[in-house]
Design a protein around this ligand. Structure first.
Ligand SMILES: Nc1ncnc2c1ncn2[C@@H]1O[C@H](COP(=O)(O)OP(=O)(O)O)[C@@H](O)[C@H]1O
Ligand SMILES: [Mg+2]
Length: 370
């Protein structure tokens, strides 16, 4: 069978501090206004002193029609860059992409939506971008609005929508306008659990209709449930592909070796961005010892140390615990913390501690991310 997507030796080089505006597509022009304010939070490129680095390098794969592909990897691995290249929102610096189908993509919040236009107008605009006739779009219209649960706001400009409404509409549009290829980047992190389930159900029915789905998600259970194959990106390279169970497992356990502590002496290597970087993360038992061996009965804590570079931000820490199957067991936000939450942080080193009571978790192996 002829693949519906073929990527050969794709590379994407970013020049630090330079944003390309000249070669943008229509979609990029539409979405640019919405995305611009998010840019400040981007991580500066690592390494290359010339101010350029490769966000993707030598990535090649083939996807058959009807496959549901999960793409996983840490923050900064290049997942969104890959989806943007596949969606033709940005050009690869090198390599070749072949696509044999109409694509609908839901990338960062705002992609493809014009802020000044209403929900109704954006639905028609997106349909037109997908090459659909007005009558075809009109037939899908009610279904889209109902799925997105925005009946009351359909004639309001989308710039007035909450981020949840925005994403619900964007997802509904992408999933209902009958694309041959549906590309979805991490939207499942937004919205409530009920909506996330609905999205997953919709994506899997899109896949069952024989359409091709590419999904980036940190929800490992969703990847395993929905996808027929998974790709693992690490520092811009495709390091593994195979069954979702196998790839999720290598992602969750790669290099972890029961480590009770991770620390970064050289901050330029540390996870983070120009606003903050992690200095260390560790697990301590009730006695205060750093250890990865705990009994299910004992309480323990997870410490996150980070360096804040900016004197004008308010930071929050999130700790997420996964079990061996990659199911998120809990996540903890620092928004109940009374001393710092919501305040402006001065530059300096901070520690957030998540205290986990005894008897909370069953026996097993757990991993921590943030
Ligand atoms: N427009 C851009 N300009 C410069 N660097 C970028 C741009 N977009 C992404 N990057 C960088 O490329 C790397 C990969 O980013 P991304 O594809 O967003 O990763 P992921 O989606 O896996 O978290 C990161 O280091 C990120 O900061
Ligand atoms: Mg991303």
């Amino acid at each position: 069978m002829r693949p519906i997507i073929k990527a050969s030796a794709i590379g994407k080089e970013y020049r630090i501090g330079v944003r390309s505006t000249s070669q943008g597509s229509l979609r990029e022009a539409l979405a640019g206004a919405v995305r611009a304010p998010l840019r400040w939070a981007r991580r500066r490129g690592e390494g290359d002193s010339a101010g350029a680095f490769w966000a993707l390098k030598d990535v090649g794969f083939e996807i058959q029609p009807g496959e549901a592909i999960g793409i996983i990897g840490r923050n900064g691995a290049g997942k969104s860059t890959l989806l943007k290249i596949l969606s033709r929102i940005t050009e690869p610096t090198e390599g070749r992409i072949e696509l044999y189908g109409r694509i609908a993509s839901l990338l960062e919040v705002g992609t493809g939506f014009h802020p000044e236009l209403t929900g109704r107008e954006n639905i028609f605009l997106n349909g037109a971008i997908l090459g659909m006739k007005r009558a075809e779009i009109a037939r899908k219209f009610d279904e889209i609005v109902a799925f997105a649960e925005i009946e009351k706001f359909i004639d309001t400009p989308v710039k007035r929508y909450s981020s949840g409404m925005y994403v619900r509409l964007a997802f509904a549009v992408a999933a209902h306008l009958e694309p041959e290829i549906l590309i979805v980047d991490e939207v499942l992190a937004v919205g409530d659990v009920a909506f996330q389930k609905k999205c997953l159900g919709q994506m899997s029915s899109v896949a069952q209709q024989g359409r091709t789905v590419l999904l980036v998600s940190h929800n490992m259970a969703a990847i395993k449930w929905m996808c027929s194959r998974a790709l693992l990106l690490h520092q811009g390279r495709l390091v593994e592909e195979g069954s979702p169970a196998q790839v999720v497992n290598s992602y969750l356990w790669a290099g972890r070796n029961n480590r009770a502590e991770a620390s970064w002496d050289d901050l330029s290597d540390a996870p983070g961005n120009e606003v903050f970087r992690l200095r260390g993360v560790r697990v301590r038992n009730a006695a205060g010892d750093v250890t990865s061996e705990l009994t299910a009965q004992e309480s323990f804590s997870i410490e996150v140390d980070y360096q804040n570079f900016s004197p004008v931000v308010s930071l929050g820490a999130t700790v997420v615990l996964y079990n061996e199957e990659g199911v998120c067991v809990f996540s903890s936000l620092s928004n109940r913390e009374t001393q710092w939450h919501g305040r402006v942080f001065p530059a300096g080193v901070f520690r957030s501690t998540c205290r986990v009571p005894g008897h909370l978790l069953p026996e097993g192996r757990f991993s921590v991310t943030g």
